[in-house]
Design a protein around this ligand. Sequence first.
Ligand code: SF4
Length: 294
Amino acid sequence: MTTYKQAHKAEFEANKLAKFLFRMVGKAIADFNMIEDGDRVMVALSGGKDSHSLLDILLTLKERAPIDFEVIAVNLDQKQPGFPAEVLPVYLESRGVPFRIVEEDTYSIVKRVVPEGKTTCGLCSRLRRGVLYRVATELGATKIALGHHRDDILATLFLNMFFGGKLKAMPPKLVTDDGRHIVIRPLAYCPEKDLAAWAKHRAFPIIPCNLCGSQPNLQRQQIAEMLRDWDKRFPGRIETMFRALSAVVPSHLMDTKLYDFAGLRPSGQPEPDGDTAFDEEAVEDVSPQVVRFT
Ligand code: SF4
């Protein structure tokens, strides 16, 4: 049985978590100018914990924000076997959120086209993206909001480094490949474990993501496991790595397209911020205070 003291503590923790997540989402929106006055924001709601949290937090921020913007939820029913089609409409109606459910049988296409045993996620995501872009146009959405979070961004950075040979993560804001839409990721600063705790606290009706029967990308799983392990063994490391994405020093990398190494000449003047060669590089410890909710 839950005692009064336990209930009070749980409520206190939930309030702290809410404040943290609202602050992080508000900061990401402001830092990247994600949402502007008059925007119609289409939230891609898969039914997972992240997209549920995104919609929930945006709805609260909409009430508090000094600007006026609309939120519309869109779910794509890909006709996977066992997809509980009634769950999201019932939930969205209960919350009074404008929404559209789009029925497109991409599941059959993927099953037909991808040979047995091969991963289906690549084609499935491309088909889903095409449908979402089309719906965004139909709805007159000015922004498409996706539920990727901080740990997705870091995992993508490592995937690209380990397997793609690129120093490239996942942008918080981008123009789509068809050049017609702007995608935003308002959860860019939010740790996954805090979103999971929020989803549990808010008791969202979660739709499992394995209905298609496909195995998620093995490399991504391994990287996620590596990051979780680092987070346990070296508190603060994830936060420090994430900060590095906003503190890029092109002169200390090796991309000649980003920095004019060829044209580098001595200025003849001492430069306080100039570099020192020969010495071991001093690394300032910028590990943040780790705030944990879970
Ligand atoms: S796990 Fe299934 S539904 Fe998700 S992207 Fe892969 S194939 Fe598509």
